[in-house]
Design a protein around this ligand. Structure first.
Ligand SMILES: C[S@@+](CC[C@H](N)C(=O)[O-])C[C@H]1O[C@@H](n2cnc3c(N)ncnc32)[C@H](O)[C@@H]1O
Length: 220
């Protein structure tokens, strides 16, 4: 693992045991709104294989397990993976599996129908994000849902919502890359000036754009 990725993985391993309780900041409603939209847009079918990249403690993976056939969570942090595995064992949810995987090397063999990622891709610089999206397209999912920090306005806001470790891209850059690798962007959900959800589908799946919302989700 690259040194920077190793440091990031260690950071998340150190906070893994209280990660699920830590969202008590002013950004919590925004994080929750983003996660809900990712779950809603993922919409897996009963036989679908779902891949959750940067799964952390598996919040999105567990939320999709009821509706999907099988859910695979991948992350670079051993501590976060252990937490997710413990939650799977404790809850008796059997159609989820967790293991090591990096965005550009997800370590998944086999078909994938839906790929999701929530609040993780921002840890890579823009060039890394591009490489990750290329890898995601190569896995040939029907749908890719990305929830993350992303700039709808200025890419240099005077008051960044998130601090250290967040390298948000502009929405325009992400949409360009998704389009370059063959996705059609079906929906753009603006949760906040600096947070959004992008829903992309394979261009050759006869995708029809059904929602394009740039209205901010209410932040309660
Ligand atoms: C803020 S947490 C989000 C976790 C989860 N998706 C959620 O919504 O709660 C970010 C996660 O991304 C993982 N991560 C960071 N960089 C990654 C990379 N290059 N490849 C895979 N996972 C990565 C971290 O280890 C961490 O678990």
């Amino acid at each position: 693992m690259h040194e920077e990725l190793g440091e990031l993985a260690n950071h998340f391993s150190q906070i893994a045991h209280h990660y699920d309780d830590k969202h008590d900041s002013e950004a919590k409603p925004i994080y929750n709104a983003c996660a809900s939209l990712v779950i809603e847009h993922a919409g897996p079918r009963p036989d679908d294989v779902v891949l959750d990249l940067g799964t952390g403690t598996g919040l999105i993976a567990f939320a999709l397990a009821d509706d999907a056939g099988h859910v695979v969570g991948r992350d670079i942090s051993e501590g976060m993976i252990e937490q997710a595995q413990t939650k799977a064992t404790d809850s008796g949810i059997e159609n989820v599996e967790f293991g090591y995987g990096e965005f550009r090397d997800p370590q998944h063999v086999g078909e994938v129908d839906v790929i999701v990622s929530n609040f993780s891709l921002h840890h890579l610089p823009d060039e890394g994000k591009r490489e990750a999206i290329e890898v995601i397209a190569d896995l040939d999912p029907r749908r890719f849902v990305l929830g993350d920090a992303m700039f709808f306005g200025s890419s240099d806001p005077e008051e960044p919502l998130f601090g250290h470790g967040v390298d948000a891209a502009t929405v325009g850059m992400l949409v360009d890359v998704l389009t370059d690798v063959g996705f059609v962007v079906m929906a753009v959900e603006r949760v906040h000036d600096q947070v959004g959800v992008l829903v992309a589908e394979q261009a050759d799946d006869g995708a029809e754009i059904d929602t394009v919302s740039t209205e901010p989700t209410s932040e309660k």
